[in-house]
Design a protein around this ligand. Sequence first.
Ligand code: NDP
Length: 423
Amino acid sequence: MATSNSTTQVTHPHPRLQEINASKRVLVIGAGGVGSVAVHKMAMLAEVFPEITLASRRLVSCEHIANEVMKRLGTKIEIAELDADDIEATSALILQVKPKLVVNLALPYQDLNIMEACLDAGAHYLDTANYEPRDVARFEYHWQWAYQERFAQCGLMALLGSGFDPGVTNVFMAWAKKHHFDEIKTLDILDCNGGDHGQHFATNFNPEINIREVTAPARHFEQGAWHESPALNHKVTFDFPEVGERNMYLMYHEELESLVKHTATLERARFWMTFGDAYLKHLEVLENVGMTSIEPVMYQGVEIIPLQFLKAVLPNPSDLGKTTQGKTCIGDIITGQKDGQEKTLYVFNICDHEACFAEVGSQAVSYTTGVPAMIGAALMMTDQWMKAGVWNMEQLDPDPFMAMLNEHGLPWQFKLLDQALDF
Ligand code: NDP
């Protein structure tokens, strides 16, 4: 696929490039909900991941996952304590483990430091969320796209956003473009979590990152420009397959930026997420009293960030699996032309919270992110997706990824809709 990325030459191969490419080891950073699923799924695919090391800020988080994987699958996971905000420490761990690939499942704040460490010590890189500065919630790729030359010149690859959204939603677009359309005109990404965790208020992944995302202004692309509107202001009811009718809200989500950049014919791109009334009521109160702010405040002589304090009192998303029932349904509705005819395609996955918990001890939100992280990693480890530079998911061949979704727990379906969306 011709893109601006593909022109850069490998002019200064990393001194360890041959050794890196021959390595069978993977280093996963971040032992949270998503890290747990990814490591379980890697351990189930020993022919691709014979040696797995899991590192995180607290060794106890790694120990917990390693014990679970040993209990369920009998596979030994090496563990290490690492503060990935520290580039030198991360480089040192890469040089000690000597992985082919570093899978970054820590928080978006660590992305650039881990990319630096990969360039320094030598390793390919993958993440599931774009870099965010701590002090301002901006979901933009330019910080990571700026690494294009450096990765390409030394022969290393960075794969950005290999989760579900971003991730699978980007691959769905690439697959639709490859197999179903001559020209794509509109994209609507619909993210429905029809699950119930039985708590008054909880988020399904890291609360700090989740609330920053949900309370940010909505933004969508239409007629060549981005349009901003207040958060959670535009509501539509949609009948989701196997879930039923849910209210979904227009939001901004990071994959819109790369998909608009890489799909020249797109006239409109939007992202929608479902929220229940109780979730929104709690969020409104928390916002009104200032608890979702990321501006530091002084409390008893100590500077604290209200949102980080809120995270500390909310349920841990990785503990929600035991009680969560219901399904997620995430997919893309794409319109465009094929052979001169207008066409509307809906491609989606349905995932059952309880089935995920039975398989790997996590709810579906962690599962639907951890499985694509494993798949992206597997395609890089086996060189099916391996080219120097910084890439978004839609820039790579969707077919092997789509096949692995079906094989590894996230089967997808598609249907043609009679008419385009009327909202
Ligand atoms: P969690 O909060 O459950 O886990 C994050 C883990 O990262 C924690 O175990 C934490 O460490 C570790 N960590 C945090 N800071 C550091 C650091 N400085 N050095 C090393 N480790 C660190 O989050 P999730 O698992 O829910 O989410 C993980 C990532 O996945 C996030 O970036 C999130 O945005 C992304 N995501 C992407 C989605 C997608 O579809 N693309 C959907 C959902 C999430 P410890 O426990 O050791 O203290």
